[in-house]
Every structure is written in structure tokens, then in C-alpha cells.
Design a protein around this ligand. Structure first.
Ligand code: E4P
Length: 221
């Protein structure tokens, strides 16, 4: 399973990239709004900061409701950074989103269909040509449904039918989500920076470092 970071914050993106584990970035309208910057400018800034990742998701805005509106926005977004092929257009799982997915996929543009909460939605997105489908596990857990189970069902379905769309486990809230979606067959988890940091931690690691440091003061030098 690969790691994407789920943020539009440049400091967090740069720190995660330096850790050497990052393969992509996902943003959404809420995450961009928090940053107080122009959306297209921030996508360009991200592309420049993470030169060798496979994908940077830029979501069509909530103002785009119809397929025509989504396609028009997407056609502008794919021009960012001289037509950078890593720009992945994120569209919501709606009829218009599916139409836009087909339109972009035919042009060779990568699409991430977001806000997926059922296996059928994931299958539709894949058949429309999505490179990525994003089930939101945390938001399902929030309403007492099993988000990880959804990821595992989508993974099974894609395996049975030889579907090569990648599953991005989204709405990841804590390290146990990461372990469980990796075991469930997600191709990617997109994770907030705080959770990426938590993944590096274990109290015995800290204690071990302290003990080595204490013992080292007694070593012959
Ligand atoms: C995914 O691409 C979304 O940006 C994200 O994971 C949503 O997570 P949330 O439910 O924590 O807002």
C-alpha cells in the first residue's frame, strides 16, 4: 500500500515528502479553504514541491454541479504547471461526476472519484474510467458503519473482475485505520500529516533510544 498525504498545507506536505514515503497528495475544497490561498496556485505549488509523486488530486469546486461545469473546470485544472500529467481531477460520485470521469479518461487524464460510500459506487466509478476511487472510511465509522469492511469489499470486487482502478482509502483518522486498510487490500491510503507522524511512533522505540543514549555515555571513546 502506498502513502498519499491528505492536506493542502505546504509545511505538512514538505515534511512528509522529506520522510521519503510520499507517493501523492489529495486535496478537497474544505482543506484548500483552510489555507486561505487561491486554489490553482496552491495546486501548482504542491506539484513543484513533490516532483516525483504519481498523483496530485485537484477537486472540481462545489460550484460545478453539472457535467458541463465540471468538465470546464477540469479543462482549466489540467493546464496547471504546463499540463502536468500528475494532476488528477477529483470529482464527486454523482451522475455528472461519472460523465466527467468518462470525458477526462478518454483524454488520458487521471480521475479520482471521491465521496464513495458503497461498493456499487466504486464499481460505477471504475467502469466510467476512474484511475482512483476514494471510499471514505472515517465518515462511515462516524455513523456506526464499518469503513474498513467497505474497503475490503471493493478490493475483493476489483480482484474478481480484474479492475485496475486503484483504491484510495480516504477519511483516515488514526494509525489502526492505516494497518487495517493495508490488510484489506487498499492500494493507497491518503492520510493527514498528524496520522503519518503517529505511524512512526512507539513508546518502546522512544525508550530504546533513551537507553542507548544513556549507555553510550559510559562507552569508551
Ligand atoms: C479524501 O480525499 C478526502 O480529502 C479526505 O480523506 C476526507 O477526510 P475527512 O472525512 O477526515 O474530512
Amino acid at each position: 500500500m502506498k502513502f498519499f498525504i491528505d492536506t493542502a498545507n505546504m509545511d505538512d506536505i514538505k515534511k512528509a515528502y522529506k520522510m521519503g514515503v510520499l507517493n501523492g497528495v489529495t486535496t478537497n475544497p474544505s482543506l484548500v479553504a483552510k489555507e486561505g490561498v487561491k486554489f490553482e496556485d496552491r495546486i501548482e505549488e504542491i506539484l513543484l514541491a513533490v516532483p516525483d509523486v504519481e498523483s496530485v488530486s485537484a477537486e472540481v469546486t462545489p460550484d460545478a454541479i453539472t457535467a458541463e461545469q465540471m468538465m470546464a473546470e477540469a479543462d482549466e485544472l489540467i493546464k496547471i504547471n504546463n499540463g502536468d500529467k500528475r494532476v488528477t481531477i477529483k470529482v464527486p460520485m454523482t451522475e455528472a461526476g461519472l460523465e466527467t470521469t468518462r470525458y477526462l479518461a478518454k483524454k488520458g487524464v487521471k480521475v479520482n472519484v471521491t465521496l464513495i460510500f458503497t461498493v456499487n459506487q466504486a464499481l460505477l466509478a471504475a467502469r466510467a474510467g476512474a484511475s482512483y476511487v476514494s471510499p471514505f472510511l472515517g465518515r462511515l465509522d462516524d455513523i456506526s458503519e464499518d469503513g474498513v469492511l467497505l474497503v475490503s469489499k471493493i478490493a475483493e470486487l476489483f480482484r474478481i473482475h480484474n479492475i485496475d482502478s486503484q483504491i484510495i482509502a480516504a477519511s483516515v483518522r488514526h494509525p489502526d485505520h492505516v494497518t487495517r486498510v493495508a490488510m484489506a487490500g487498499a492500494d493507497i491510503a491518503t492520510i493527514p500529516f498528524k496520522v503519518i507522524q503517529q505511524l512512526t511512533k512507539h513508546p518502546l522505540t522512544d525508550q530504546g533510544i533513551e537507553k542507548f543514549a544513556a549507555d553510550w555515555t559510559k562507552a569508551v571513546k
